[in-house]
Design a binder for this molecule. Structure first.
Ligand code: GCU
Length: 685
């Protein structure tokens, strides 16, 4: 099937100043070879310039000498040099600068050079002013990645389906076989272009045939895949089944302290790494939503994770252990158990007990990728444990890639959240970004992961504009100082070229979409009001009287969960002053009001509106904004490439219709349950 080039859609940039005709690069390493090819293609397509490649080292040295001797101002045409500079901050950093009459793209290592090359291409695509400053020697661009690990987690099943996949089927697996083709390469290219350096290709809910990925049958293909990824600076990771000793090894147990189990894993890693030496390691979901884990044997998560970490250590591998552990067989009548508390309660007591090649991967919030949640308190609590932030680009609870919901503003807020882990009144260097980058505690095994939103659809992400989340995750994980707006601008320009009308229309759409979605679905941090199992569409009580710990406790007087000290006590998991801020209804940020408090409908918000009126207004506004988005988008009818307009338009129409359904169902529910009419007299059924 034909598929799009996404943001690597090089289109001619008018009046581009790119005065180079020769590319000098020693192309022994695959990554440098790819960087050189990529730059040649980009120069041709963006600037109509044919860059001839010189890869002979003595010729390069001669050219470099001559280049240095000639002052930039005197010469019009020059060369581009792709170089490695071992003195740079780290292997993955890069610098783009004018030297003599040439432009030098320099990497701390081969991956850095590849990132630098893609950065130069991105600047050519998006920022002619910056490009001309660089070319004329007025500006140098230098960048090191903020996070050591920048990973995608695919929830692709080996049968070709994708758990929470909203963009078609898997392009990694078809009918229990691993597929490696042109699309796999183009996928790796997309990753490298935004600086993603690791990917887990199979669903962390490892079931059935997927356990076999680490058997002799699959290793040769995995080895080819790992090699292909390596040539783009991407490490292959796999999800594994904690019960593999039973499923594959024929043992009666997977107890991490059992000698036979340890021996199974030792031999398994030996076998796997003999064939796939560059494998990054494994992602594990244990004791979570029915998956096997150490709890069955009375062991804790450190014992479980360390057992695997010790087996993989000789090969430099990592064990990425998820903290999504909670009681999913709750009794909804039990008001004491609070799912939000579970991650912290389970993992805090183990701080300092994990081996250094174990990373705890923590979802951004304490629940499960709702439209808004507070930041998981584990980030503020753990101090001697490697941590990774997990976000979800797949829009499971945010419109499933049928609705436009640009999530970078949410991720930005999460990264900026001040944890006070460095103490009250600290120096400001203890945000989530400071922690997961390893800056605060000097860790190297940490970073960010996103549950991927890709599939085999022609545009990769179902909704064309959902690709902004894919792109945005990579860019933000590499450079946590970028704003959501900067990233959105880049994405629009890279994807659709430097067209003012497209940018003017799409930028506000992207930037307001999260808030719009929140308004017509579940404002004030309440979450969850979706249909069970598939999680699409409104259903206020969909998860209310169920076992999952996902309640809103609405009755005729009020709604929301009391997580204060007199409620479930969840607030106590935060450092001060965050704990007190959430505890007091007056200082609790209103966008999270119902996450932390049970509030009467007549309670007045800071705007002076009652809670119930806010609910009505928010849903009316959200639905109207969704409708306006559809109307505004019409202006791009004859401007966007054929196909793109129709695809996006169709989804915006669905979104506008479904937003009305959300509005009417939620408002009706709260009107009927509270008996309080809308002050503005609008129709509520
Ligand atoms: C959510 C999602 C599941 C997924 C789980 C996880 O609960 O609905 O499909 O398996 O998250 O993160 O493991």
């Amino acid at each position: 099937m034909a598929y799009s080039k996404a943001w690597l859609n090089y289109q001619v940039v008018e009046n581009i100043r790119f005065p180079f005709d020769t590319l000098y690069a020693e192309t022994g390493d695959k990554r440098i070879q790819i960087a050189a090819q990529e730059l040649q293609v980009a120069a041709k397509e963006l600037a109509k310039i044919k860059l001839s490649l010189v890869s002979d080292s003595s010729q390069i040295q001669r050219a470099a000498k001559e280049n240095g001797a000639i002052p930039a101002a005197r010469v019009v045409k020059g060369g581009i040099f792709l170089e490695i500079d071992g003195e740079m901050q780290n292997e993955e950093s890069y610098r783009i600068s004018r030297q003599g009459r040439g432009l030098v793209v320099c990497g701390g290592g081969e991956s850095g050079l590849l990132y630098g090359t893609f950065a130069l291409i991105r600047i050519m695509q998006t920022d002619p002013q910056l490009l001309s400053k660089i070319c004329s020697g007025k500006q140098t661009v230098e960048q090191a990645p903020a996070n050591p690990l920048r990973m995608l987690n695919h929830w692709d099943n080996v049968d070709g389906s994708i758990e929470r996949g909203y963009a078609g089927n898997s392009f990694f697996f078809v009918g229990n076989e691993l597929v490696i083709d042109g699309r796999t390469r183009d996928y790796a290219r997309l990753l490298a272009s935004v600086g993603i350096n690791g990917t887990v290709i199979n669903n962390v809910n490892v079931r059935g045939a997927a356990t076999e990925l680490i058997t002799e049958r699959c290793l040769p293909q995995l080895s080819r895949l790992a090699e292909l990824f390596s040539s783009y600076g991407v490490k292959l990771y796999l999800s594994l089944n904690f019960a593999a000793p039973i499923e594959l090894g024929g043992l009666a147990t997977c107890d991490p302290l059992d000698g036979q189990v340890q021996d199974f894993w030792k031999k398994k890693m030996e076998q796997v790494y003999a064939k796939v030496p560059s494998l990054g390691g494994f992602l594990v979901k244990a004791d979570s939503e029915g998956r096997p884990g150490p709890f069955t044997y009375g062991r804790n998560h450190a014992e479980g994770a360390n057992m695997l970490a010790r087996a993989i250590r000789p090969y430099g591998g990592l064990i990425i252990w998820r903290c999504f552990v909670y009681n999913c067989r709750q009794d909804w009548r039990d008001r004491k158990t609070d799912r939000a508390r579970a991650g912290y309660d389970n993992f805090m007591p183990l701080d300092g007990q994990f081996d250094d090649n174990v990373i705890l991967q923590i979802k951004n919030g304490p629940m499960d990728f709702q439209v808004r949640e507070p930041v998981s308190p584990l980030f503020s609590g753990l101090k001697e444990t490697n941590m990774m932030l997990e976000v979800q680009a797949a829009q499971e609870y945010t419109g499933q890639q049928r609705h436009l919901c640009y999530l970078v503003p949410m991720w930005r807020e999460i990264l900026d959240f001040k944890t006070y882990a460095a103490g009250k009144g600290g120096d400001g260097a203890d945000s989530v970004a400071d922690i997961v980058s390893g800056r605060l505690y000097g860790q190297g095994n940490c970073g960010m992961a996103a549950v991927a939103n890709t599939g085999d659809d022609e545009n990769w992400t179902g909704h064309d504009m959902a690709a902004a989340n894919f792109y945005g995750f990579g860019r933000l994980a590499f450079d946590t100082a970028l704003t959501a707006e900067e990233i959105a601008r880049e994405w629009v320009r890279c994807t659709y070229g430097c067209n003012r009308e497209i940018l003017d229309c799409m930028l506000p759409m992207l930037l307001s979409s999260w808030e719009t979605y929140e308004k017509y679905t579940s404002p004030l941090g309440i979450g969850w009001m979706v249909n069970p199992s598939h999680h699409y569409g409104p259903n206020v009580d969909g998860y209310e009287y169920d076992r999952w710990g996902t309640y809103h406790y609405s009755d005729c007087r009020g709604m929301g969960v009391d997580r204060t000290m007199s409620g479930t006590g969840y607030v106590s998991q935060y450092n001060e002053p965050n704990c007190s801020m959430y505890e007091d209804i007056k200082t609790c940020p209103e966008e999270l009001l119902l996450f932390f408090h049970h509030v009467p409908y007549t309670y007045r918000l800071k705007t002076g509106k009652t809670l119930i009126q806010h609910i009505y207004d928010s849903h009316f506004e959200g639905a109207m904004q969704a409708q306006n988005m559809l109307l505004n988008f019409d202006s791009l009818k004859h401007i966007l490439p054929p196909g793109a307009f129709e695809r996006i338009h169709t989804r915006l129409k669905v979104q506008a219709d479904h937003a009305k359904e959300w509005r009417d169902r939620i408002n009706t529910y709260y009107f009927r349950i509270s008996g309080i009419p809308d002050e503005k007299g609008r129709t509520i059924y």
